[in-house]
Write a protein that binds this ligand. Structure first.
Ligand SMILES: C[S@@+](CC[C@H](N)C(=O)[O-])C[C@H]1O[C@@H](n2cnc3c(N)ncnc32)[C@H](O)[C@@H]1O
Length: 406
């Protein structure tokens, strides 16, 4: 701990005046990305300031939307490595490249004519994260939603409201604006995005060089899974037949067909709006011949794919367990790979991994597959909620080599 304090003191002495005092979480540099992502996900990252490397440590600034002790407790209970809290001088990020600063300036100008409003509290209540899909900015459901914001919007005419939304969208680099509402807990994972500015919620954009298109008011897209999409796209699947049990608009289907070079991907999907996006993307990426879309409930489509696949991907949260048995049966008798998505409490991960392997083994034995099952990797994709990880377990199913059995 002395080392941390000494290094930070050294940095403060070097700073050049273009800096502001801020609360920071300090950890070893190699864990910096985990802390950064954690703070970002909860809207606690202070984006107007630059994180600072100090020797082999990284100081990541956080904002005051939560008490310091609360942030520290959440972060400490989520990670095993050492994290300290400090207050140091950090350099400001440049306004021109900092959309938070642009948003703040835009809103401040609007509020300047309403001195009777609680302007300061409104300014400290601006959205801290959003997604930019094509030219559409997707705000989180709490953005501009408090009673105080309601009071502000009551003062605006319809035209002024549109103008306000237009300036907010532009400050965040977009032309249209939507506000997310909780994704429906129905089977279709329906999006409940409300369009604040613009005529249509249809977006088209590139992700890892792949074209995606869908209607944001009808289907969900989680850009938080970006690292997992990259990881799956890096797996070599040349020559493989793959089943994607929950294809959506093709988040993983397209990665596997294009970047991983799978020979063929069978994409199961129940939501017609997602299928519309997936069909658009198959055409836009010129990959129609490598993807077959199986429309409808995968409980009905997966049995049509038994014994055909080298790999089965199951991307449904909170749990994909409903298709594990089918997935085992979809693999060729010689075995293959399973990628299982699940939300798991951080303390239960090891135990979940073990019990999952046992369940899969049982399903395999039921169809006389004497495979060796190995969990080759467990990816922690992102925090789903405090203490709960969205994980993906990679399982290799291999035929027991008959020549080795005495
Ligand atoms: C969370 S999205 C997953 C999309 C993508 N795999 C991802 O992780 O981003 C789940 C998708 O599975 C689809 N789905 C849910 N239940 C299904 C079922 N029984 N049969 C086929 N598709 C289903 C939903 O419509 C939705 O598009």
């Amino acid at each position: 701990m002395f080392k941390v304090v000494a290094l930070l003191a050294e940095f403060m002495a070097d700073s050049n005046g273009q800096s502001v005092k801020a609360n920071v979480l300090v950890c070893l540099r190699e864990y910096g990305q985990d802390i950064y992502r954690f703070l970002q996900q909860y809207g606690w990252l202070e984006t107007s300031l630059k994180p600072q490397l100090v020797g082999d440590l990284l100081a990541v600034p956080f904002n005051s939307s939560r008490a310091e002790s609360h942030v520290l407790n959440e972060v400490r209970s989520s990670f095993d490595f050492e994290i300290t809290i400090d207050c140091i001088e950090l350099e400001k990020s440049e306004d021109s490249v900092n959309p938070h600063a642009r948003l703040s300036r835009t809103v401040e100008e609007w509020l300047s004519s309403y001195q009777d409003l609680k302007v300061r509290s409104l300014l400290s209540n601006l959205p801290k994260k959003w997604e930019l899909l094509g030219d559409l900015v997707l705000l989180p459901e709490t953005a501009f939603e408090s009673d105080a914001w309601g009071e502000f919007f009551e003062r605006l005419s319809q035209f002024e409201t549109l103008q306000f939304w237009q300036e907010v969208a532009q400050s965040l680099g977009g032309e249209r604006l939507g506000r997310q509402h909780q994704i429906a807990k129905d089977k279709l994972r329906t999006s409940r995005t409300e369009l604040l500015l613009g005529q249509s919620g249809w977006v088209e954009f590139l992700d890892h060089g792949i074209h995606f298109g869908f209607d944001t008011t009808k289907v969900m897209f989680s850009s938080g899974n970006v690292t997992e999409r990259r990881r799956i796209g890096h797996i070599d699947m040349q020559g493989e037949v793959v089943v994607d049990a929950y294809a959506g608009v093709g988040y993983y289907t397209l990665q596997m067909a294009i970047r991983s070079k799978a020979k063929h991907v069978h994409a199961c999907e129940i939501n017609p709006d997602s299928i519309a996006g997936l069909m658009w993307a198959c055409k836009a990426n010129n990959i129609q011949q490598n993807i077959t879309i199986h429309e409808g409930d995968n409980q009905l489509s997966l049995p049509q794919l038994y014994n055909q696949a080298d790999r089965c991907h199951m991307g449904l949260l909170p749990s994909s367990e409903a298709v594990w048995n089918h997935a085992v049966r979809c693999l060729k008798p010689s075995g293959g790979w399973l990628h299982i998505h699940m939300n798991v409490h951080k303390d239960d991960i090891e135990q979940w991994q073990e019990s999952t392997l046992q369940t899969l083994e049982k399903y395999a034995l039921e169809i006389s597959r004497e495979w060796t099952l190995t969990a080759t990797h467990l990816e922690r994709v992102k925090w789903f909620s405090p203490h709960v990880w969205h994980v993906v377990l990679d399982v290799k199913c291999r035929e027991v080599d008959a020549t080795l059995v005495v």
